[in-house]
Design a protein around this ligand. Structure first.
Ligand SMILES: *[C@@H]1O[C@H](CO)[C@@H](O)[C@H](O)[C@H]1NC(C)=O
Ligand SMILES: *[C@@H]1O[C@H](CO)[C@@H](O)[C@H](O)[C@H]1NC(C)=O
Ligand SMILES: *[C@@H]1O[C@H](CO)[C@@H](O)[C@H](O)[C@H]1NC(C)=O
Length: 370
């Protein structure tokens, strides 16, 4: 029995590997430029705040990431034959193969919006989407010179724009905004993102991938911070809190409509929505089917409690422990994912079905994309 299980397991992995690696992607892009928050930060937060914040968790190099390994952006870089993206805060780096502007805690809206609306829970990081676009302008000066040369350079690069919005909504929840009030932020967040993408298109960007929100109601920090006595607040199929997932679904729906409109206005570009939400919900519904024996709602690294998330003993702080089997968990630290689901999601964006069209189709001349 035991041996049969192992053989079958190997067979299964072998088949998956063949499907995924059968055709390596052509070396199509000269560079990747990434914007976003902690789901794609590859070191900026650690560099920017080193020596400034107390209790700064230690990250073993090269993984100054919120995970036990690589993120989706790392797997995309590997798939396209490029080095792992250098964090933009590492000034002096040669960014000619790309840069990553994403920072943990970043919002789509500027700090001022939160101050004007009394969202007291916003940390004073000032690393919003517009600030990241300002950093892009600085890096631009180091990778190309004439306007014509820059347009050509960015036209051969891949831009990954997001995830954005998850932090905007989480700061509003923390400031005790109602569902209706949080929803009023969504069109503003999406409009801000569309403005940012248009700025990149104006610089010559042609291929832009725009990830949507994750199901915030499924992550251990939300489940821990906002528990409910009313069972009707939980989705019986997943155990996730419906209210927080509703905002993510609403954001993703509005974003997709806006991206479709932008695509029609800019027919020379390819703007691809990339879905984090659906694969995550699949993990939460049937974790065993994907190899997550410890489920989707319990963090690997944390300080106890029903979801193994404890604000005063979160991953990296004293009092937290790390599981022996991170691959069996979807959640790494109660907010972010482990490497295994990031790898899975990256493959679904590259080969389908969770990006439309799949990124592999963008780089093959023989594939007609509608
Ligand atoms: C940066 O790296 C590229 C190759 O990736 C190289 O062609 C270029 O000369 C380098 N620039 C500098 C200033 O070292
Ligand atoms: C945030 O940074 C930008 C430049 O990067 C600056 O113009 C702006 O004033 C800063 N905002 C705050 C509130 O510090
Ligand atoms: C959370 O962590 C603190 C500090 O380590 C500890 O005192 C507390 O008991 C923990 N709470 C739970 C629910 O495990």
């Amino acid at each position: 029995m035991e041996r049969g299980g192992v053989v079958w397991g190997l067979m299964w992995w072998w088949m998956v590997a063949v499907v995924v690696t059968a055709e390596p992607l052509p070396r199509y892009y000269n560079a990747i430029f990434s914007f976003g928050d902690s789901f794609s930060d590859t070191g900026n937060f650690v560099i920017i705040n080193s020596g400034k914040l107390p209790n700064m968790p230690k990250f073993p190099p090269p993984y100054a990431r919120c995970s036990n390994g690589r993120l989706v952006i790392d797997f995309l870089a590997e798939a396209f034959g490029l080095p792992l993206l250098a964090p933009s805060a590492n000034t002096g780096t040669n960014f000619s193969q790309g840069a990553n502007f994403a920072v943990m805690g970043a919002t789509a809206l500027d700090l001022q919006y939160f101050k004007d609306n009394n969202v007291w829970s916003i940390p004073p990081f000032n690393t919003s989407m517009n600030v990241q676009l300002g950093w892009f302008d600085q890096v631009k000066q180091t990778v190309c010179s004439s306007p014509q040369e820059c347009r050509e350079f960015f036209g051969k690069a891949l831009f990954v724009f997001g995830e954005f919005g998850g932090n905007d909504y989480s700061f509003a929840w923390k400031a005790e905004w109602s569902l209706e009030k949080v929803k009023t932020m969504v069109p503003k967040v999406v409009a801000s993102m569309i403005g940012g993408i248009e700025r990149l298109l104006d610089e010559g960007a042609r291929h832009v991938v725009v990830p949507g929100n994750l199901p915030a109601g499924c992550i251990p920090i939300t489940l821990t911070m906002y528990p409910s006595d009313d069972r009707a607040d939980y989705d019986p199929r997943t155990g996730c809190l419906k209210k927080y997932n509703n905002v993510a679904l609403y954001h993703n729906a509005i974003l997709r409509i806006a991206l479709d409109q932008l695509q029609r206005r800019r027919p020379d570009s390819r703007i691809v929505y990339a879905d984090y939400y659906t694969p995550y919900i699949q993990f939460a519904r049937t974790p065993h089917l994907y190899g997550y024996k410890r489920g989707a709602l319990r963090a690997c690294c944390g300080g106890g409690g029903p979801y193994n998330y404890n604000m005063s003993a979160s991953c990296g702080l004293p009092g937290a422990t790390t599981c022996d089997d991170p691959d069996a968990h979807v959640s790494w630290d109660g907010i972010h994912l482990t490497e295994a689901p990031y790898r899975f999601i990256a493959n679904t964006w590259l080969r389908g079905p969770y990006a439309h069209p799949p990124l592999a189709a963008l780089v093959r001349d023989d594939v007609v994309v509608y």
